[in-house]
Design a protein around this ligand. Structure first.
Ligand code: 5GP
Ligand code: MN
Length: 322
C-alpha cells in the first residue's frame, strides 16, 4: 500500500507543521492544507503550524490566525512535518523544533542533494508540495477549506497551470479540488494576479531599470533598499517582478535582486529554456528548481554579485546549446 496520512499519523498525538522562510503560496497552502485536514479527519491530534509572518493575500485560508512563529519553542512533538522546504537551513527558527521532534517527515518538490528527514516524500518533478500532499490524503475526506489551501499552492507554484511541473495529474487534482466547491476564480485573481497600487509602481520601476545582456537572452534588475523605501514597499511586494522580466520576448534567463534590511541581497532566477538555475543559485548557497531558483548574496550588486551571476548564467546557457 502506498504512503498515506492514516499510516503517517498513526499513534501520533502532537504534530508540528512548518515550511520555508519567507513563506509563499505553496508553503502556506501546504501547511494550512495539512493543518485543516488533521483538524477535520483526526480531531484528537494536536497540530500546530510554525511559519514566519505570511503575506496578507493568504490570510483567507481557514485558521491562519493560529499560526505561530517558532522562535524559542522547546516543545517536543511526536511528528514534525516539513513542507515545501528542500534544505533544513531554509526552516529558519523551526529548525530547532525539527531537531527536537520524535519523528520527522518531509514532503517537498525542490531539487535537493540529500534527504534530511527520517521519512521523505520528495519528487522534484511534481508541480507543487500541495499536489504531493493531496496524494497522501483521502480525497473523500478533503473538505472545502482544505481544498482551497491546496488549490492556492498549486496555482502559485505552477504560475496558474503554465510551468513545466504542471501535468495531467496536476489538472486532475485541481479538478477534484474545484469539485469541493471552492471559489477557484477568486483564488486565482486575489492570490496571483491582483496587485496593490504600490506593487504596480515598484513593478514599473523594476521593468524601467532592467538591463538586457547577451543579445537580449539575459535580463537583470536590481533594487536598492532606498528604492524600496521610496515606493513604500516591503520585500513581499516585489513578488511577480522576476516573472514579468522572464516573460520578456527573447529572454532565456531573468535575474532579479533586491536589497534586504541587513544590506544583503535576495536573488531570484527564472528561466524560459532548459537550463539548471540551481547550479547558478549555488554560487551563493541557494537552491530551488531548475527553472526557478533563489539565494541570498553579500557584496556590491553592480560590480560583484551581478557580474559573477552573469558568468554562471552564461555557462549554463552554453551547456544547454551544446
Ligand atoms: P524565489 O525566487 O521565488 O525566492 O525562489 C524560487 C525557488 O527557489 C523557490 O522554490 C524557493 O523555495 C527556492 N529558493 C529561494 N531562495 C532559496 C535559498 O536561499 N535556498 C534554497 N535552497 N532555495 C531557495
Ligand atoms: Mn513549492
Amino acid at each position: 500500500m502506498s504512503l498515506n496520512f492514516d499510516q503517517i499519523l498513526s499513534g501520533k498525538k502532537t504534530v508540528a507543521i512548518a515550511g520555508h522562510v519567507r513563506p509563499d503560496g505553496d508553503c502556506v497552502g501546504s501547511c494550512m492544507g495539512l493543518y485543516n485536514y488533521i483538524k477535520s479527519v483526526y480531531p484528537d491530534i494536536e497540530a500546530q503550524v510554525y511559519l514566519e509572518p505570511i503575506p496578507e493575500v493568504y490570510k483567507f485560508m481557514a485558521n491562519t490566525d493560529t499560526i505561530k512563529q517558532a522562535d524559542g519553542v522547546t516543545e517536543v512533538y511526536d511528528l514534525f512535518v516539513c513542507l515545501d522546504c528542500g534544505d533544513s537551513r531554509r526552516l529558519g527558527a523551526s529548525a530547532a523544533v525539527f531537531d527536537n521532534a520524535r519523528h520527522t517527515l518531509c514532503v517537498d518538490h525542490h531539487m535537493s542533494d540529500h534527504d534530511f528527514a527520517e521519512d521523505n516524500y520528495v519528487f522534484p518533478k511534481a508541480s507543487s508540495t500541495c499536489e504531493l500532499l493531496f496524494e497522501l490524503m483521502d480525497p473523500d475526506k478533503v473538505t472545502k477549506d482544505v481544498a482551497a489551501c491546496l488549490y492556492t499552492g498549486i496555482v502559485d507554484d505552477t504560475g496558474v497551470f503554465q510551468y513545466d511541473g504542471t501535468s495531467s495529474k496536476t489538472m486532475r487534482i485541481a479538478g477534484i479540488l474545484i469539485d469541493k466547491g471552492i471559489p477557484f476564480s477568486k483564488i486565482i485573481q486575489k492570490t496571483f494576479y491582483e496587485k496593490t497600487y504600490k506593487q504596480n509602481r515598484i513593478m514599473a520601476e523594476a521593468l524601467l531599470s532592467s538591463k538586457l545582456y547577451d543579445d537580449g537572452r539575459i535580463i537583470v534588475t536590481w533594487l536598492s533598499k532606498d528604492t524600496l523605501d521610496r515606493y513604500d514597499v516591503i520585500a513581499s511586494d516585489t513578488e511577480g517582478i522576476v516573472e514579468a522580466l522572464r516573460s520578456t520576448k527573447g529572454v532565456s534567463v531573468a535575474l532579479f535582486l533586491h536589497e534586504n534590511n541587513d544590506g544583503t541581497y535576495k536573488g531570484s532566477l527564472r528561466a524560459s529554456v532548459d537550463v539548471n538555475l540551481v547550479n547558478v543559485a549555488k554560487l551563493y548557497d541557494g537552491g530551488g528548481h531548475t527553472k526557478a531558483a533563489g539565494f541570498t548574496a553579500t557584496g556590491d550588486p553592480e560590480h560583484d554579485i551581478i557580474p559573477r551571476l552573469l558568468d554562471a548564467i552564461r555557462k549554463e546557457l552554453d551547456e544547454q546549446t551544446k
